[in-house]
Design a protein around this ligand. Structure first.
Ligand code: GLV
Length: 327
């Protein structure tokens, strides 16, 4: 019997490749850069399964190009704003993501960014490696304290909570806002206080964003929200760029409405607004989950979702389980 045909838009890692080879005839995109859209549309044609990254848009055009055999689009990311899930459901294509395995790694990176911007690490590194450092001085590259300050978390899901958990070692006050309030035992465990979003913005020294990108969170942080923050506060974004209105953030930084920002994600990746290239802004190219262990686990989850579906089982992290019931 012929095996199902799978297209993966990335070569993945050894372990997921070995697992895929047990079940599928696999075609990999093995270019160093992300595949052009036309190439994805061409290669997905006639395939039974697709493994994709957040850089690929899984929309009606792609589903049309794939044709009727496609049964799964397995995203190697927890965020799935790149996938039109209702369109997949209409065509009975299972859509899956990779929740759970990247929370701690992304929380680590959120703190990496927070600490880098607070203590001016990037400016310090630039000075140290330039050879221009001449002497120690009392007021040289003074940043701002982290310990004892107030951490404001917007979006208190798995990643928001993992970020909160790390604040204890810094003896910080943790305040948060979320569409639903966390259970009391979680609030107690993390020493986190729920409050209205505007109050979080007004009281936090560091505002860290952890809401997923949805229609109701697109542009969530705009001029009004930024103006509520303290002039001494920093904005940290490791979720999705469009959650922040980038032009408004640039204006706030130029006007000194806030003290700085640390950003892993941008409105139009990989483009970054020129106005963000400032000393008080730390920039990273979307690396939140980028440890070798975690990226391998993410790829494995995508693979296990595809394997499960073709073994007649429910993919463990399916987003639209109704497609299975209808089959
Ligand atoms: C990365 O951004 C992810 O959503 O997994």
């Amino acid at each position: 019997m012929s095996r199902p045909k799978l297209f993966s838009t990335h070569v993945l890692f050894d372990e997921p490749r070995r697992r895929l080879a047990e079940h599928f005839d696999v075609e990999y995109w093995n270019g160093n850069e992300r595949p052009p859209r036309a190439e994805v549309l061409k290669r997905v044609a006639g395939k039974d399964a697709l493994i994709c990254l957040l850089t690929e848009k899984i929309d009606r055009e792609l589903l049309d190009a794939a044709g009727p055999n496609l049964r799964i689009a397995a995203n190697v990311a927890v965020g799935y704003d790149n996938i039109d899930v209702p369109a997949c459901t209409e065509r009975k294509v299972a859509a899956t993501n990779t929740p759970g395995v990247l929370d701690e790694t992304t929380a680590d990176f959120t703190w990496t960014l927070l600490m880098a911007v607070a203590r001016r690490l990037i400016e310090a590194d630039r000075l140290a490696r330039s050879g221009a450092w001449r002497q120690w001085n009392l007021d040289q590259l003074c940043g701002t304290d982290i310990w004892g300050k107030t951490l404001g978390i917007i979006g208190f899901g798995r990643i928001g909570r993992a970020v909160a958990r790390r604040a204890a070692g810094f003896r910080m006050r943790v305040i948060y806002n979320s569409t639903t309030r966390a259970p009391q035992e979680i609030e107690r465990e993390l020493n986190a206080e729920f409050m209205e979003r505007d109050r979080v913005l007004a009281e936090a020294d560091f505002v860290s964003l952890h809401v997923p990108l949805r229609e109701n969170t697109r542009g969530l942080i705009g001029p009004a929200e930024l103006s509520k923050m303290k002039r001494t506060a920093f904005l940290i974004n490791t979720t999705r760029g469009p959650v922040v209105q980038e032009a408004a953030l640039v204006a706030a930084l130029e006007q000194g409405t806030i003290a700085g920002a640390a950003l892993d994600v941008f409105e139009r990746e990989p483009l970054i607004s020129d106005g963000l290239r400032r000393d008080n802004v730390v920039l990273a190219p979307h690396l939140g989950s980028a440890s070798i262990e975690t990226r391998t686990r993410m790829a494995m989850i995508a693979v296990e979702n595809a394997v499960a579906l073709f073994s007649g089982k429910q993919p463990p992290t399916i987003l639209n389980p109704e497609v299975l019931r209808e089959k």
